[in-house]
Each structure stands twice: as C-alpha cells, then as structure tokens.
Design a protein around this ligand. Structure first.
Ligand SMILES: Cc1ncc(C[n+]2csc(CCOP(=O)(O)OP(=O)(O)O)c2C)c(N)n1
Ligand code: SF4
Ligand SMILES: [Mg+2]
Length: 303
C-alpha cells in the first residue's frame, strides 16, 4: 500500500483545489496502523457532511474512514439513504448504487478488480442503511454471502427509512411508532447478525459507534477477513435522533445506553475458526511490532 498513488503531478499542483493539496500533504493514506487516534492530528478523509447536526452516522463515518487499512485501495459501494448524502464529501473512491442493489454491484466490482489487478489488494466495502440492506436489498445481501464474495458489508442501523421520512424497516424494534408508521411495528426486529452468520459470513459484529476502539478493531478485522477468507458483516446502531426525538447532543448517550449490559445493542460477534486464526495472527504481529518499536525507542534513549 502506498500514498504515492494519490500524489499530484508536479506540473498540476498549483491548479489543484487547496482541499486536495491538503489531503495529499496531510492525510494518512499509506500509514501503517492508521486508526481513530489520527482524528484531530491529521487531515480526515471526510471533509464535511450533510446529515442532521449530531447524527450518529457522522461519527460512525469518521471512525470507519480513519480505520480502513488501505483507503487509497478501497472502493465503497453505497445505496440511497442518509448515508449516501455523505459520500460526495468522502476522499475514498465510491459508487452510488440503485437502492438495494449494493451487494450485487460490490460483487461485480470486487471480481473485476481481482481480474484487473491480480497482484494488488483492492478492498471493497458496502456501506448502506438498514432499509437498503435488510428490506429491499436482502436478496442481494444474502446471495453475496452465500456465494462467499470477498468484501465487507456495513449496515448503518437506524431502525427505519430515515431519508424518506421515517417508514418502518425490518430492523425497526417491535412496537415502535414513527412519523410514517403510525400503527407501530407489529413484528420483532429481524436478527440480521444471526442471518449473516448462518448465510456464511466469517466475521460478524453488532455494536454502536460510541466506542472508537471497537469500531477500529471491527473494521480492521472485517476488511482483512474479507480480503483473505470471505464475506464479513458489521451492523452499527446509528440512531436517527430526528425520529426518536433526541437533541443533537443526545445521540452518543443513546448509543452508550443501548450498548450497556442487557441493552438492545450490547456488543456481539460471531467469528469462524478460519477468521479467528487470521485475527490472532494479526494481533500477534501488531503486538510484536509495538514491542520492537518500544525497544528501539528505549535503545535510542540510552544512546
Ligand atoms: C429503487 C428505489 N426505491 C426506493 C427509493 C426511495 N428511498 C430512498 S431512501 C429510502 C430509504 C432509506 O432507508 P435506509 O436504507 O434505512 O437508509 P437511511 O435513510 O435510514 O439511512 C427509500 C425507500 C429509491 N430511492 N430507490
Ligand atoms: S434523518 Fe436521522 S439518520 Fe438521517 S441524517 Fe437526520 S438524524 Fe441522521
Ligand atoms: Mg435506516
């Protein structure tokens, strides 16, 4: 992986927008061990967003973008919804797909990239809402898992169709009343993490975006497992504060409260043996690298 590929041709440097120059100079493309702690220290891969003020999707986006192992070699596939409003401001290649088709598009894209660049790693990551993932796109989502397509699917679970005014979704909780679903949901929330496990995903996580360390680890694991082994799925509770009637400052508390013991979004993961072995290998390598760096720093301090 290298930051070389985002560099600007010297002759064109002056005419490039200052935002692009800033990205090239100060973003963390190509940096080993990049993560959420880079936020605030270096240029982020998201310039701004057009979500409601305080929408938890915005913080989830920031953590995910900061945690991608190789953003310069990653392509996102999005779908219509609040998430899709953000992609025009994101400095990672991305494709907008027809609502619900995202996992079919990602399948073709990943396969084409493997043929076109057989010697390079190109990561494909789907990022879509619950309506796109579970309701209208469930067929495409599940079939890609059955076929063992090697990409990661991330679902921003806000438990309804936020972008079209609050219709009921399969991930909405039972009894919930929203603006466009006044009768209240009659059925339980669909258990997509369990479906993902049973449909062949090798690494499945359900969480909120309240704990950046967790998001970082899950993204790193999911992308690497998808690269090496097969499909992975991450479901992040990003509540629609507009629909549940919370203020812009209350989204974080809503996520924290839901993630506590006995909460509706207590952290949960399913990992196949193959994925667990790969994750252990990565963890061991990371620990060894940190130890070596510490010893090098000690030796330098002594000298
Ligand atoms: C093919 C198609 N069907 C329906 C729509 C209308 N539509 C746009 S966004 C949306 C709901 C999005 O819900 P979700 O995927 O949960 O994302 P959110 O807005 O909640 O983040 C719908 C039904 C569309 N744009 N295209
Ligand atoms: S409508 Fe809801 S999900 Fe969409 S941006 Fe606003 S708070 Fe976020
Ligand atoms: Mg939604």
């Amino acid at each position: 992986m290298s930051a070389e590929k985002i560099k600007i041709c010297e002759d064109l440097y002056d005419i490039m927008p200052p935002e692009y120059q800033d990205i090239v100079e100060n973003a963390t493309y190509g940096k080993e061990g990049r993560g959420w702690k880079d936020i605030g220290e270096s240029k982020e891969l998201i310039e701004q967003h057009s979500l409601c003020a305080g929408c938890p999707e915005s913080i989830a986006f920031r953590y995910i973008l900061a945690s991608l192992p190789a953003p310069e070699d990653t392509v996102f596939v999005g779908s219509t919804g609040c998430t899709s409003l953000v992609f025009p401001m994101v400095a990672v290649h991305n494709i907008h797909s027809l609502f619900g088709n995202q996992n079919a598009i990602a399948t073709g894209l990943k396969r084409a990239l493997m043929v076109r660049h057989p010697d390079k790693v190109k990561d494909v990551v789907v990022l879509a809402g619950d309506g796109a993932t579970v309701d209208i796109g469930l067929d495409m989502t599940m079939q890609s898992w059955f076929r063992q397509e090697k990409f990661t699917t991330i679902c921003f679970d806000n438990e309804l169709y936020a972008n079209t005014g609050g219709q009921e979704s399969g991930l909405m909780q039972k009894g919930f009343v929203s603006k466009m679903a006044p009768v209240g949901k009659l059925f339980d929330k669909v258990r997509l993490p369990e479906i993902a496990r049973e449909a062949g995903c090798h690494y499945v996580v359900m969480m909120t975006s309240s704990k950046p360390n967790r998001v970082e680890k899950a993204i790193r694991n999911a992308v690497h497992v998808a690269r090496e082994i097969g499909p992975t799925y991450i479901q992040i509770y990003t509540p629609c504060i507009l629909e549940i009637g919370k203020q812009s400052m209350e989204g974080l508390d809503e996520m924290k409260d839901s993630e506590g013991i006995g909460g509706r979004f207590t952290y949960k993961e399913y990992v196949t043996d193959a994925a667990a072995a790969l994750i252990k290998e990565m963890d061991d390598a990371e620990k060894a690298a940190k130890k070596a760096a510490r010893e090098k720093a000690k030796a330098a301090a002594k000298a």
